[in-house]
Design a protein around this ligand. Sequence first.
Ligand code: FAD
Length: 296
Amino acid sequence: MSAKAVENSATPRVSFEFFPPKTEDMETRLWESIARLEPLGPAFVSVTYGAGGSTRERTHRTVKRIVDETGLAPAAHLTCVSATKAEIDDVIRSYWDAGVRHIVSLRGDPPEGIGERYTPFPGGYENAADLSAGIRAIGDFEISVGCYPEKHPESASLQADIDHLKRKIDNGATRAISQFFFDADVFLGYVETVRAAGITIPIVPGIMLQPNFKGLKRMAKLCGASIPDRLDRVFDGMDEDEKTRELVTAHIAADLCHALKAGGVDQFHFYTLNRAELALATCALLGVKPEPAKAA
Ligand code: FAD
């Protein structure tokens, strides 16, 4: 066992991502999931911002309710898409006024869809580096940004991508959360490269808990994340068997986290898709259990 792994035998820290619900049923499911995950004592919970800025109000409402009704520290996702700097600055200020102290600062994808050419909105922030500077100018927020172990699809090279990550950090980012991936060595190699480039902020792996394997493959293709062939073989023939896919998904996520933990990783960010079960199962396999005081 490496020295890093020994150093890292402690229970990892976790955080969870949710998306703002569209319907009453989804709303119920989200709040049930939050109630079930809160006792795990996450470092923070983040709420996404819909493509094209489509969920601005819903994201704000969800984040505000987390502040008002839970003991959790929320992180509000914010993108540069389809809004002027003045409009985005108003959103940032309203988060500050609501007691929110953590923003996930993102460029966002083109409103025409992933893969289309990105053009900054007239009078808007250009990219996540520019937005991070805007957030920093407004308040002493914790600022998380995205990072891409397999490089962002629009980036010319991994080095160009890391140079851009540096710009985001120079402009105020305090943590990077990664795009999802399924090969621990890819992430660990990326962290090594990032550290060699002089970047010292936490690089937190984003762990996807998506049991819809066909949907996951479509999404992965769009965002440049590779899916190992072995997962094709595992999920083959399970299209009609959602329950088994869920069990397998939690198992795969826990295996990935164990491999990352052995490589020195001590924080995980879970893409929960607003469902508590898979996150609970994966966390249990990692030894992250409800804190008795909070569960009471
Ligand atoms: P940036 O880091 O600004 O740019 C993306 C890439 O483009 C860079 O990595 C770099 O390679 C290149 N690039 C951009 N500008 C320059 C420049 N000036 N010079 C050189 N290269 C440049 N999307 C949503 O719509 N809502 C969300 O809530 C959301 N949450 C996310 C959470 C996480 C953790 C991650 C990883 C992604 C999330 N996304 C979300 C998706 C994200 O918006 C897309 O991946 C988008 O295409 C890039 O956003 P970014 O913040 O990484 O952009």
